[in-house]
Design a binder for this molecule. Sequence first.
Ligand SMILES: O=c1[nH]c(=O)c2[nH]c(=O)[nH]c2[nH]1
Length: 321
Amino acid sequence: MKPANSEERMMYYGKGDVFVYRTFAKPLSGIQSIPESDFTGRENIIFGMNVKIAVGGEDFLPSFTEGDNRLVVATDSMKNFIQRHAAQYEGSTMEGFLEFVSRRFLETYPQMSSILITGKETPFEAALVPVDSVLQESCLVFRHSRNEYATVTLEMVRTENDAAIVSHLCGISDLQLIKVSGNSFTGFVRDEYTTLPEDGNRPLFIYLNIGWRYGDVQDAMGKDAARYVPAEQVRDIAGAVFEQVETRSIQHLIYHIGCRVLERFPQLEEVRFESQNRTWDTVVDTIPNSTGRVYTEPRPPYGFQGFSVIRQDLGQKGSNQ
Ligand SMILES: O=c1[nH]c(=O)c2[nH]c(=O)[nH]c2[nH]1
């Protein structure tokens, strides 16, 4: 909870893997539509997440130094607190729920002065079922998705007579995207250590975690759905930009995805990327009478990139190519 170089002592405790599945939460509707996405809202028939909470406060010092548990809220109780508050949450976003439950912790336990809370969505997709001979999304049956999932981290501190969010990051994790052609990687440093050939047309496979920060964190809560940024729309922007840009590298691609996200959502200040290169290895380069090839999984080690796109980048954006 404290930066590694902080003079202050590190001290926190909490609970991870707190699974919460709330059924029939309030649907999310009224979000802005964007050209890159057909996402219009969430039914929230299953509102599921994995929560991790860490609480801090000087009052916990004797629990470490003297074994004095008088102010210790058992982490088992924290788990119950989070799960039972899911029944009381009246909103429709993970951000809103985590803010709600963090405020309730600070209201209930004066010995807690800060909360760091993370939620990872457990994604479910509606099964398609026939209704009057037409396939429609079921309201009852869902497939547990193994694909990407939304994430939220909030840090909340007690203030004089209230609580305030001092940092936040919303996001989408484990997005795995491949573009089978239209990607090059050329012109990089060639010296005695270079064995990688230049490639004018590679199948670029990336693992992507994307995070975003709002100018006003209250926009993240979804009370005004028109100002909320759904992870599904960010996911769809990533796919659309990947399709549209002749990528010269992953570095080049993520910059353009970030610029597009900031263009679509003026309420955001920053978009952050962590990417990993999982480009397939070529096994058969040329197949007679076909433009296809045969590939296999890449071998470790894997390259990675980290990059933040900020508002100032929009003014200086280069060409899309
Ligand atoms: O998109 C890429 N960026 C790199 O920096 C790099 N380095 C490398 O070996 N392959 C790639 N691909």
